[in-house]
Design a protein around this ligand. Sequence first.
Ligand SMILES: NC(=O)c1ccc[n+]([C@@H]2O[C@H](COP(=O)([O-])OP(=O)(O)OC[C@H]3O[C@@H](n4cnc5c(N)ncnc54)[C@H](O)[C@@H]3O)[C@@H](O)[C@H]2O)c1
Length: 287
Amino acid sequence: MKVLITGGTGVNGAATSRLLVSEGMRPVLMDNRMDLSLIGDIKDKVDLLEGDVTDFQALEKMVADYRITHIAHLAALMPEPAEENPRLAMRVGVDGTLNILEVARAHKISRIVFTSSKAVYGEMVGDFGEPRFLPVTEDHPKRPADLYGVIKVCCEELGQYYWETYGVEFVALRFSTIYGPGKEARHGALSFYGQLIEKTQAGEPWVIPQGGDQRNDAVYVGDVARSIFLALKAENLNRWVFNVGTGRGSTPREFLAVLKSLFPNEPLYDVDRGVRDYVNTIMRLRA
Ligand SMILES: NC(=O)c1ccc[n+]([C@@H]2O[C@H](COP(=O)([O-])OP(=O)(O)OC[C@H]3O[C@@H](n4cnc5c(N)ncnc54)[C@H](O)[C@@H]3O)[C@@H](O)[C@H]2O)c1
C-alpha cells in the first residue's frame, strides 16, 4: 500500500502520517502550505510535496511518480475560513475532491478515504440533542447548518456516485469533534479542548464561561488517525460511511477533572472557580 495524504501536514494529516510511519510505511504528504511544525519528528520518513488539490495535472504526476495505490483525502478549509471565502472553500472542497476521484479513476487507485464530519447532520435537535443526546447513526438525515457541512455532503455524494458508477472505492469517515496537538495554533476558537490542554500545560489560567455540563463526543486525533488507517486497509468493505467518535459524550467538567489529575499544581480554573474569581475581581476593582 502506497498512500498519498492530501492536507498531510495538518492536524489529522500529521497524526495519520505518524501512524503510517510506525506501521512501516513511507506515506507521501501533499499540502499547499509547507508548515512542518507538526511533523518535525517524521519529516525524513515521509515524502513531502508542495501542491494544491485544485491542480489536477500536479495530482496526476504525484500519483504516477510515487505509484500511489491509496489516497487519504484530508485537504479542506475549516468552517470559519469556508464561511469567509465560500468560492475558495467550494474550489478546494468540491473541485479538489472531484480531482481526487478523477485521478483515482484514471490511475486505478484502490481506495479513497475521505475525512467528512458530523457537520453533515447539522444541528442535533430533539432526542439527539440536550438533554438525552441519543447516539446518531449514519442514516440520520443530512441537514447541514453551515457551508462546511454542505461541502462535506457534496463530496460524499460525489464519492458515492464514483464508486457506484466507476468502481472507485470511496469511504467517508464522519468525525465528531477532534482534539489533538496543533489544533489550537491552526484552528483557534474551534480548538476548545486543545486550548484547555495547552493553556493548562503552559500554566495559564483558563475559564469556561458557560456549558461546563454540555455533553459532546470529543475524539483524540490518534484515534482519528487509526480510523483512517483501518479504513484504508480494511478488506471486503460493504459500507461506504462511518461515524467516528468515542461513542460517548463527555462534559468539559469531566475533561477538567482529568486535567487536574495530570497537572495538579497548575492554576486551572473550572466553571465555578472561574465565575467566583470573576466576581471577586470585579468587587476588588470596585472597592
Ligand atoms: N478537526 C476536526 O475537528 C475535524 C472534524 C471533522 C472532520 N475534519 C476533517 O479532517 C480533515 C483534516 O482536518 P485538520 O483538522 O487536520 O485540518 P488542518 O487545517 O490542520 O489540515 C488541513 C490541511 O489541508 C491543507 N490544505 C488546505 N487547502 C489545500 C489545498 N487546496 N491543497 C492542498 N492542501 C490544502 C492545509 O494547508 C492544512 O494543512 C479536513 O477534511 C476536515 O474537514 C476535521
